[in-house]
Design a binder for this molecule. Structure first.
Ligand SMILES: CC(C)(COP(=O)(O)OP(=O)(O)OC[C@H]1O[C@@H](n2cnc3c(N)ncnc32)[C@H](O)[C@@H]1OP(=O)(O)O)[C@@H](O)C(=O)NCCC(=O)NCCS
Length: 186
């Protein structure tokens, strides 16, 4: 794959220079307390989703150099329960950039706060952020430059997810338009 396909386009006049993945990669850590539990006594999924959105938002803001809003969150997977007393690490990076949007990939790891056992992956998610200007309108983002082979694989996988998201949105819109044209109200 060429550099251009990875988002690096340094020679186009007027183009925003690319930024490497490592420039905005971020980890947010938090100890889970009794305030974070669901009725079963384990940590509420929504608490983890908030941390995921916070970490991804920080990454999107750093990469784009300004405000960015969550456009979508998908493939949020909860692999293992998180417990009170777990130290949770939310690791996020820009996987892919479009014109005004960025896909941020997030891995959630947990370890006991007072033990030295290795952290275990407990969740993952992909979020799309749109960079916005002061009027809330989408603005152009710097292309991300994947650095490692893992970054390059994530870039390619993000492109596949992007294609599927667009195809799904288009298919659903077409179905709704067709139903409206056929006289169905909902
Ligand atoms: C996200 C938002 C800025 C998009 O605005 P818009 O006028 O629809 O603009 P566009 O259609 O040009 O979309 C902008 C970019 O976001 C992407 N995008 C928009 N909606 C998306 C979605 N649901 N999923 C994935 N990507 C999306 C577009 O593909 C485009 O990316 P590109 O420029 O890289 O190709 C707008 O819908 C918004 O402000 N939503 C609310 C966001 C928010 O408040 N989030 C917090 C929730 S409380």
């Amino acid at each position: 794959m060429t550099d251009q396909a990875h988002g690096a386009e340094p020679s186009i006049p007027g183009a925003i220079p690319g930024k490497p993945t490592s420039a905005s990669r971020t980890t947010l850590s938090h100890i889970m307390t009794h305030n974070d539990t669901n009725l079963l006594g384990t940590v509420h999924g929504g608490v983890i989703m908030k941390l995921v959105d916070d970490a991804a938002g920080a990454v999107a803001g750093r990469h784009s150099g300004g405000p960015a809003v969550t456009a979508s969150m998908d493939e949020m997977a909860f692999l293992e329960p998180v417990r009170v007393g777990d130290l949770v690490h939310v690791k996020a990076q820009v996987n892919w950039t479009g014109r005004t949007s960025m896909e941020v990939g997030v891995r959630v790891l947990a370890e006991r706060w007072n033990e030295s056992a290795p952290a275990q992956q407990v969740g993952s998610a992909y979020l799309v952020f749109a960079a916005v200007d002061s009027d809330g309108k989408p603005r152009v983002v710097p292309p991300v430059i994947p650095e490692t082979e893992r970054d390059k694989r994530r870039y390619q996988e993000a492109q596949i997810r992007r294609t599927h998201r667009l195809a799904r949105r288009r298919a659903i819109k077409e179905l709704r338009d067709q139903r409206a044209a056929d006289g169905f109200e909902d």
